[in-house]
Design a protein around this ligand. Structure first.
Ligand code: NDP
Length: 399
């Protein structure tokens, strides 16, 4: 039994809130707060168990502190945007409350995300005796836990990891993103990095003709073109999975998505610096976000599946072997349960599972943690139980 404050009433926030409200024995009192109160109220109506709602501008730590003092939660779940990570972490520090998020901090004016800003809170969180759990969605999130689980149960030492993320679904729009368009486009237009033999290696961004891609044969959905991308969990996994020789992240993109994005980039619509328009400063990417479909609105007509997992090659008992741990999630099934598409659902269920383990004190500690630093077993049991079953199979070593 415990009180939780959820910040952010978007696609992911809706799933996290509904899933938490399905478990009143763990999350007895829930308050959902966001910039726009009406969005909170819509989610409130969908919850199986009554919840409270509030308006908050989480860019200001003082606003979050006021809300925390009023509601007195044991845990704050941040499913707003990466820009709010530090102000919410500050508020948790000031009030002595545990913190959880799904995406690492990114300054609004630079399209660059990394953990350094949040890892810098380590000593202060330790001294305050509170816990921050970073990257608790699906990838990052479940993907990190798959790595910890493989390390604990399948290998003496893991040498190669390839995280593969496939959305083989169809939403029927000419162009849309599956999570916040601004954050998504900032992420996928960056220079690609992967880690090999102790070093970060750069390669061209996904829109460049020289970008690195391959066809990967995903279970249940078949072969799909997958593009190498930099993703935040690589940064923590390199630190925490000992003996790694290489780690890469791959995501599927359709030709249609890439063509639209290429045009938008070429005409300057993905810029994040202000441009003058009729005397006003306008940031083209923020304007673009306002005309693209809201990711949550894609859900009613979404069909098809997501397949996300990790391919590991390593040594067990002196022999090399390769395993693939993955989840398959069906967009339409997610809609039936919580009126969401599978990208919000996989993230939200991953978040609720981590939050539940923190509320039950199964995952506990003082300081700042990435997911793979905690015992993977209770997470793997519970994420399967609450909507995202996983499978392990033997696989071929990745080239
Ligand atoms: P949305 O844009 O749908 O939702 C974000 C919500 O946060 C919106 O309701 C927004 O309010 C609210 N918000 C934004 N700024 C503030 C603020 N200053 N104060 C209070 N509320 C604010 O995004 P998603 O739900 O798609 O994504 C949420 C988070 O999840 C993102 O950080 C994203 O990167 C992350 N994510 C993580 C994944 C993972 O697997 N780890 C996968 C997918 C997403 P408003 O409605 O007014 O805009």
């Amino acid at each position: 039994m415990g009180r939780v404050l959820i910040i952010g009433a978007g696609g992911v926030g809706s799933v996290v809130t509904q899933k938490c409200a399905q478990l009143p024995e763990v999350f007895s009192d829930i308050i959902l707060a966001s910039r726009n109160l009406d969005k909170c109220k819509k989610i409130q109506e969908m919850c199986k168990h009554p919840i409270q709602v509030a308006q908050v501008d989480a860019d200001k730590a003082s606003n979050v502190v006021t809300l925390i003092k009023k509601f007195e939660p044991e845990l704050v779940i941040n499913v707003a945007l990466p820009y709010q990570d530090l102000s919410i972490m500050d508020a948790c520090l000031e009030t002595g409350v545990n913190y959880l998020d799904t995406a690492n901090y990114e300054p609004p004016e630079v399209a660059h995300f990394e953990y350094s800003w949040q890892w810098a809170y380590q000593k202060r969180y330790q001294e305050a005796g509170i816990m921050a759990l970073l990257g608790c969605g699906f990838d990052p999130g479940a993907s990190n836990v798959y790595c910890a689980y493989a390390q604990k149960h399948y290998f003496d030492s893991i040498h190669y990891i390839d995280i593969v993320d496939c959305n083989a679904g169809s939403h029927g729009h000419p162009f849309a993103t599956n999570f916040n368009p601004e954050i998504n486009i900032r992420e996928v237009t960056q220079i690609v990095r992967h880690w090999t033999n102790g070093k970060w290696v750069e390669s061209p961004a996904i829109l460049d003709p020289k970008t690195v891609h391959m066809s990967f044969n995903y279970p249940e959905v078949g072969p799909k073109e997958s593009y190498m991308l930099f993703h935040e969990e690589l940064e923590s996994l390199v630190r925490n999975i000992k003996g790694l020789k290489r780690i890469r992240f791959w995501m599927t993109f359709s030709e249609n998505y890439l063509n639209h994005l290429r045009v938008l980039q070429n005409v300057g619509m993905t810029r994040i610096d202000p441009v003058k328009y009729e005397g006003h400063d306008v940031i083209p990417l923020k304007f673009l976000k306002s005309v693209l479909p809201d990711p949550a609105s894609l859900a009613p007509n979404y069909t098809g599946k997501t397949v996300i997992g990790c391919v590991f090659t390593g040594i067990k008992g002196g022999k090399e072997k390769t395993n693939f741990i993955y989840n398959v999630c069906d967009h339409a099934e997610c809609y039936k349960e919580v009126k969401a598409q599978a990208v919000s659902y996989t993230t939200g269920v991953g978040t609720m599972t981590g939050a539940m383990l923190m509320m039950k004190k199964i995952w506990k500690g003082a300081g700042v943690f990435n997911m793979e630093q905690l015992d993977p077993d209770p997470y793997m049991d519970n994420i399967a139980k609450y909507g995202l079953p996983w499978t392990t199979v033997d696989w071929k070593k990745m080239p």
